[in-house]
Design a protein around this ligand. Structure first.
Ligand SMILES: C[S@@+](CC[C@H](N)C(=O)[O-])C[C@H]1O[C@@H](n2cnc3c(N)ncnc32)[C@H](O)[C@@H]1O
Length: 177
C-alpha cells in the first residue's frame, strides 16, 4: 500500500458516518461517500481517488496552497506527509460539510474558510504557489463563461510561476496554462 493509499484508508476510518443538515457521510460495503439531499447520487465517493484522479495534483503540489472544495478532505489528507507543502487554505461553501469533515483532516499548516470561492478570490490579497479548484457539481472546466471567469480570478492570486489545476468530473486533474 502506498503512503497516500494508507493515508486514505485512515481517512475512511477517521471520518464517522454522520448526518449534518442536508449532508451525510456514508460507509457501505467499501463505498465511502458524501451525499447531499439535493443531489441524485453522491457529491463525492472514494472511487474517484482510487482511480487516480488526483495523481497529477499529488505529484505537483507545493508551497502555499489554496484548495477550493473541502468535500471528504482527500486533497488535504493525501499531502499530509509532503513537506513541500507549506500551508493549505481550504475554501468550502457549506458549513455543514466543514462540520462533518474538518476535525478529521485538519493540521497546523491548514486553515479552512466558509465562503464561495469566487467571493473569496475577489477579496483576498494573499498569493499562492498552487491553486486546486475542486468544486465539481459546479464544474470548473473552462468551457463556460463563469468557469473561465473563475479560472481568471484564480490566476490573479497565483505567485509568479505558480500552478493552477482544476478537477473535471470523472475526468482528472488538469493544469491550466
Ligand atoms: C468534490 S467535493 C471536493 C473534494 C475535495 N477537494 C477532496 O479532495 O476531497 C466539492 C466540494 O466543493 C464545494 N463547493 C461547491 N461549490 C463551491 C463554491 N462555489 N465555493 C466553495 N466550495 C464549493 C462543495 O460543497 C463540495 O464540498
Amino acid at each position: 500500500m502506498t503512503e497516500s493509499n494508507s493515508s486514505l484508508k485512515d481517512l475512511e476510518d477517521d471520518i464517522p458516518t454522520r448526518r449534518q443538515g442536508k449532508f451525510t457521510v456514508i460507509k457501505d460495503r467499501g463505498l465511502f461517500a458524501l451525499c447531499s439531499d439535493d443531489v441524485n447520487g453522491y457529491l463525492q465517493h472514494n472511487e474517484i481517488w482510487e482511480f487516480g484522479i488526483y495523481d497529477e495534483y499529488e505529484e505537483n503540489v507545493y508551497g502555499d496552497v489554496l484548495v477550493a472544495g473541502l468535500g471528504l478532505g482527500y486533497a488535504l489528507r493525501c499531502v499530509r506527509t509532503n513537506r513541500d507543502v507549506t500551508s493549505i487554505d481550504c475554501v468550502e461553501i457549506e458549513q455543514d460539510i466543514i462540520d462533518l469533515v474538518w476535525d478529521f483532516v485538519k493540521e497546523d499548516r491548514y486553515n479552512v474558510f466558509c465562503a464561495d470561492i469566487t467571493e473569496y478570490l475577489g477579496r483576498v490579497t494573499k498569493e499562492y504557489d498552487f491553486i486546486l479548484l475542486d468544486i465539481y457539481g459546479v464544474d470548473p472546466s473552462e468551457r463556460t463563461n463563469s468557469a473561465r471567469a473563475l479560472c481568471n480570478l484564480a490566476k490573479q492570486r497565483l505567485k509568479r510561476g505558480g500552478t493552477l489545476q482544476i478537477v473535471r468530473i470523472n475526468d482528472g486533474v488538469f493544469t491550466i496554462p
